[in-house]
Design a protein around this ligand. Structure first.
Ligand code: ADP
Ligand code: MG
Length: 251
């Protein structure tokens, strides 16, 4: 116990919650499949960053977390590694993980990192760009083919995109995506997503959450800064929440 606390202090990690696993000191301590560790090393990473040390073991246990760590501290891999480990490989079950990003650019960046860390596993990423999707949809309507049939047959595992896009797909009649098999919903850069001030993102998030109606849906929220409003949302919506903060609380 003493030693674990000392190690957390050394890494500037603070935690709030029950039964929190020991932080990993090395990638091997993650206890994930060897190819994921090899992929991390191929990226040039030598050891986990503090947020990765604590967030990865938690998410591997299926714990819902709010992770706050400064920009550039490796939050992306902190949630990608446990998701890749959990999903294992491609399946025809539709999306099993969603990563919400504030912009398309960040979504593309996150997808690039996911491709690297899951190299060799062949995951599919959805979905088509809105424009292309819209065009296909028109064609489908002309052909009188149900859109759901079309998207259900799309092999897809991980959806990395903006809330706007998911809400657009959900609003189609019938909905153009099913989120019933979602195991992990990650809200990345939460401070930026909630920043808008308007009710915008809060409403979108509850729409998305409602659509993720599977039994094993878990949420992980990541943010560069600790925001009381975000923390409050997490307390209300994430059972057994664990908070992990790296560095200064309000830096
Ligand atoms: P954040 O989301 O916290 O702002 P990123 O996930 O974008 O940070 O990572 C910032 C940079 O650190 C990226 O270039 C990424 O490739 C790199 N990085 C991530 N994990 C590690 C690691 N364990 N060791 C070294 N560099 C890492
Ligand atoms: Mg980030």
């Amino acid at each position: 116990k003493e030693e674990i606390n000392h190690y957390r202090n050394l890494n500037n990690i603070s935690v709030v919650g029950r039964h929190i696993p020991e932080p990993a000191k090395t990638f091997d301590d993650f206890n994930v499949d060897q190819d994921i560790i090899d992929n991390l090393r191929k990226c040039g990473y030598e050891e986990p960053t503090p947020i990765q040390k604590q967030a990865v073991p938690l998410m591997l246990q299926g714990r819902q977390i709010l992770g706050c760590a400064p920009t550039g501290s490796g939050k992306t891999a902190a949630f990608l590694v446990p998701i890749i480990q959990a999903l294992q490989g491609p399946r025809r079950d539709g999306f099993r993980a969603i990563i919400l990003c504030p912009t398309r650019e960040l979504a593309k960046q996150t997808q690039r990192e996911c491709l690297k860390l899951s190299e060799g596993r062949d995951f599919r990423y959805g979905a088509k760009s809105s424009k292309k999707f819209g065009k296909d949809m028109l064609k489908m309507k002309h052909a009188a083919i149900n859109i759901l049939v079309y998207t259900r047959n799309m092999i897809s595992d991980i959806l990395i995109t903006t809330p706007n896009r998911i809400c657009f797909l959900l609003k189609q009649d019938p909905p153009a995506i099913s989120l019933s098999n979602i195991q992990w919903l990650v809200i990345d850069e939460a401070d930026k997503l909630f920043e808008t001030g308007s009710r915008g993102f809060w409403d979108q998030l509850s729409e998305i959450l409602n659509a993720c109606d599977g039994e094993s849906r878990k949420i992980a929220m990541f943010s560069a800064t600790y925001t009381p409003a975000v923390a409050k949302w997490c307390v209300h919506n994430m059972k057994g929440l664990v908070r992990v903060t790296v560095g200064q609380r309000n830096s």
